[in-house]
Design a protein around this ligand. Structure first.
Ligand SMILES: CCCCC/C=C\C/C=C\C/C=C\C/C=C\CCCC(=O)SCCNC(=O)CCNC(=O)[C@H](O)C(C)(C)COP(=O)(O)OP(=O)(O)OC[C@H]1O[C@@H](n2cnc3c(N)ncnc32)[C@H](O)[C@@H]1OP(=O)(O)O
Length: 191
């Protein structure tokens, strides 16, 4: 499958290794925010669980697991397609965060290859294929019911490194203050 031109890995891109402070191979990736739709243990969330995995080329890679629930249906008995894309956003965002942070999704393309029955488990993989300046090129695969089960979806994405100011300027002030960010710092970023 050929990705859109802006998602193609440039020849000058370099291998994106895990940051020295990132979790090691085999370790669970901690929930990055208690309110995250993707990884937090919320009644309405995807509840993805992720682990750091090994990669032949030394690139950052993860494996994730998601159980498909009744309330996630699109067609009867099948996962809503947008939720596979949301799952890839979480998985690919989490693998990028092993390299550098904070980053945001700029472009995300999903290929739906087979239906995903409710009650089954998705095993997703994400890998940072390369980095060029602020741009991180990532790809992912979703397998049904086993880490090496049939491939039901694939994804390619571009993430961009941003400064903390991105959140200081755009997140709701009350949410930032709840994280302990001083009101003065928020005001200064927005001045
Ligand atoms: C104190 C508060 C702390 C808050 C917590 C912080 C961090 C959290 C930590 C860890 C997170 C861990 C895990 C996360 C897991 C899952 C989260 C899921 C991820 C998300 O849920 S995240 C939300 C959705 N996401 C957005 O909300 C982004 C909205 N958007 C923007 O904010 C801007 O759009 C931005 C910043 C993307 C770019 O803006 P910009 O001004 O920085 O960059 P600019 O436009 O100059 O582009 C520079 C070069 O990228 C190329 N480029 C840009 N966009 C492109 C596109 N779409 N397609 C192809 N190429 C593109 C240009 O063509 C140019 O390329 P070139 O340099 O070659 O010309």
């Amino acid at each position: 499958m050929v990705a859109s031109p802006s998602l193609e890995l440039p020849a000058e891109a370099t291998v994106a290794e895990r940051h020295e402070k990132a979790p090691a191979v085999g370790e669970r990736i901690p929930v990055h925010s208690a309110v995250c739709f993707g990884c937090a243990d919320l009644p309405h969330g995807l509840r993805l669980e992720s682990w750091v995995t090994d990669d032949e080329a030394g690139a950052a890679a993860i494996s994730s697991r998601m159980v498909l629930r009744e309330e996630q249906q699109g067609a009867p008995g099948l996962l809503h397609g947008g939720l596979l894309t949301a799952a890839f956003d979480e998985v690919l965002g989490s693998v990028v965060a092993l390299v550098t942070r904070p980053c945001v999704t700029a472009r995300l393309e999903t290929d739906f290859r087979a239906p995903m029955p409710i009650g089954s488990t998705l095993w997703l993989r994400g890998r940072v294929d390369g980095r060029l300046g602020r741009k991180l090129y990532v790809s992912g695969r979703a397998h049904l019911d086993a880490p090496d089960g049939p491939v039901v979806g694939t994804a390619s994405a571009l993430f961009l490194k941003v400064e903390m100011d991105h959140f200081l300027r755009n997140s709701r002030p009350e949410d930032l203050e709840a994280l302990g960010v001083p009101a003065e710092r928020i005001r200064a970023a927005r001045a």
